[in-house]
Design a protein around this ligand. Structure first.
Ligand code: AMP
Length: 284
């Protein structure tokens, strides 16, 4: 496996991969790799001859007072995971390779969706995500890029950016990997104390209730939202941030389930803020 630090090195490496007619699969990550990341890497391994993983804790997507400095980092372990999974190149750049001083990189606009939900809870977060993903896609060139549904709003905005800018990239959404109690894997889960961890399943429980209501034919999203809010509200260590139902095609709230929609939730625990979502079934 090649370990790459420089931006131009990444450009050259991916060009040379494509030079021998290989499709390139790219998995952007912030490291601290877990089975969720591994599922994206495995999927890329199946679908592309050459697999590139980027590992970069992106300062642009953290707000003041957020956990940039304490975000879990373990490059040695991450590189080992990449090697074990047959990754061809890992790009683990210093910040100045991603954001060269004095260079004004494109700042794609997330638009109004960038101000809601994760964008409202974390101002500037989604701008920072699009900036780094755009930079990464520009350096990597034509590729298949793998993103987790776990971060549904991010996935929605990346997809839209790629379409609007006509980037030569196929965005591949990948299902959320969960613990046995339904908790979505996340690098931040490691921070949860035993009691928090026990209660963290409330997000998936809430989403499962919304799913059950939808499956039973309930179309009024206010009912689903109330059920989700009740479940999380009844969990002593959780503070509800939002519970909503959004259209798959707009990521805007919908009042009735007459088109494809997704239930989304966020909650703050004392040691970590957690998000999750599930695509809702359409009642038959
Ligand atoms: P992160 O390192 O948290 O920025 O995540 C890198 C990529 O892995 C993103 O596309 C995430 O959506 C995805 N990811 C994170 N957690 C999971 C999970 N539990 N299941 C599937 N994909 C995930």
């Amino acid at each position: 496996m090649e370990l790459i630090r420089g931006a131009e090195e990444l450009r050259r490496a991916t060009e040379s991969f494509r030079g021998d007619a290989s499709a390139v699969g790219l998995i952007p990550t912030m490291g601290s790799l877990h089975e969720g990341h591994a599922s994206l890497i495995r999927r890329a391994r199946e679908e592309a001859e050459r697999v590139v993983v980027s590992i970069f804790v992106n300062p642009a997507q953290f707000g003041p007072g957020e956990d940039l400095d304490t975000y879990p980092r373990d490059e040695g372990a991450d590189l080992e995971v990449c090697r074990r999974l047959g990754v061809d190149a890992a790009w683990a750049p210093p910040a100045e390779e991603v954001y060269p001083p004095g260079v004004a990189l494109p700042q794609p606009d997330p638009g109004p969706v960038g101000e809601t939900f994760e964008g409202a809870a974390r101002p500037g977060h989604l701008h920072g995500v699009l900036k780094v993903v755009h930079r990464l896609l520009d350096l990597t060139g034509p590729c298949r890029a793998y993103f987790g549904e776990k971060d549904a709003q991010q996935l929605f905005l990346v997809h839209r950016m790629v379409e609007e800018k006509g980037l030569p990239v196929t965005v591949v959404p990948c299902p959320t990997v969960r613990e046995p109690d339904g908790l979505a894997l996340s690098s931040r889960n490691a921070r949860l104390g035993p009691e928090e961890r026990e209660q963290a399943g409330c997000l998936f429980l809430a989403l499962s209730e919304a799913t059950a209501l939808a499956r039973a034919g309930e179309k009024n999203t206010a009912i689903l939202i109330a059920a989700m809010a009740r479940e999380i509200g009844a969990t002593p260590l959780a503070r509800l941030d939002y519970a909503a139902v959004v259209g798959e095609d707009t990521f805007e709230p919908v009042t009735s389930l007459d088109r494809p929609a997704r239930a989304i939730v966020a909650a703050r625990f004392p040691s970590a803020r957690l998000i999750d979502n599930l695509r809702l079934p359409q009642a038959s």
